[in-house]
Design a protein around this ligand. Sequence first.
Ligand code: CA
Length: 245
Amino acid sequence: MSKTQVRYAVAALTDCGSKRPSNEDAFGYSAEHGVCVVCDGMGGAAAGEIASSLAVREVLRILGERNQAAPLEKSIEEAIRATNEAIHSRSEHDPHLRGMGTTLAGLATKGRRVLVFNVGDSRCYRLRKRKLEQISQDHSLVEEQVRMGRITPDEALRSPLRNVITRALGTQPEVEPDIFELKAEAGDTFLLCSDGLTGEVPDAQIEALLAADLPLEQICANLVAAANQAGGHDNITCMLVRAEG
Ligand code: CA
């Protein structure tokens, strides 16, 4: 492993897709603090947009202000807990926003340490040496059924229940993220995305698009285009983070 300083390059793109009237996805990142977040809101257009943008803003703010001496994992848990409370209390106080929530897939770096965290079915993948690996596990009904061996991954993709998620930010008084710790190697490319990408584009195609020798911005555009070509039934968001050096 090289001891040289690692640098992360970031690119992101969101798109309404071809069928939805509005975009309830949101994303944000802080290069300074090494934090990236993708959220997919729900609860009706206005509420979904508020939930996802509130989540992005709060997670970036809290992790940006965190005590650097505290373990990063603890700071992530705290950020998710506080963000969940912020969304939940806002929905309790405004009848128009009742029941709103959002998924979240995030990534925080400290040197080569990469902590991936998620709630719901927005995902994080890593491409290493042209091989794609899903890092996060969906908090969804079909994913749980696959893990219990009740249905196959193929059946999960076609299930009418594939959009039912079992965890979200803001819909309950408390929620916990899953956190995965990795060590970045030079060239590793992480993808954070909403299900508007993964519901349309098979992993093998995502792998091929990510492995292309193109600027990150162009790869984001190609991922969004692939989801739209496959139907674009949902909002599509992709964020790429590449470890350089
Ligand atoms: Ca979605």
